[in-house]
Write a new protein. Sequence first.
Length: 246
Amino acid sequence: MAGEVMKDSVIMVVIGKEKKKFMVELWQRRLVMEFEVKVTHSNMSAGINRVKLEKKFTTDNDLHKNLEKIVLMNKEGEVYYAKLKKDNSQTRGSAIYDGWRDFCLNNKLEDGDICLFKLLQNEEIPTFKLLSYRKNDDEQLDSHYVTLLVTEASLEDGKQHIPIGFTRANNLTKKWKVTLVDKNDEEYDITVDVKKDRSLVYSRIRSPKWKDFCNANDVNAGEKITLELIKEEEKLMLKFICKSQA
């Protein structure tokens, strides 16, 4: 009899542990299905029109792929179509594009808004539903994007000025090494020089590879090029996003 009681107790303990494990896994799964993105002037501009998703979210939900159709759904259930594009560089993330700008404008989302989305299950098309959004107290703009004006001189000399606001926002106040990543995911290792003149700081690319990088992206003198700063462990990368007319 005592043995039976002991056996039942063991079973109850096991069941209790399994239930706790199940609840923890369920909670973790719920967190995996949700993600936050920040609306910025940069990512909702006509030139960029894309927002990057966290690597962990795309990996856990098998979304590191190119999809011609995804759904962005607002809180009222209205549907907006967009696309998903994978990043083949070392970051292996994905980005919502070609529809992100329209979603933001139609739902009156503004620069600085932090949006919480949830990936809905049992949908034929990946559907991201907006659960809520809040204003960000930090007025600083998204500092991960920088737009540079390419000139004939910069192509000939391999010297390209980088705005001080970008370098300050990313704490790049000393000489730094970076890998340029073109539209074909080819990499170019270069160095950015930093010079100080009293209270002013000047940063510029100094490398013949700058011209090769621009050529690979079909960027000519007189055009603007937008790059995204990506920090992968100790490696810095500037990835080509788009080009536009000056």
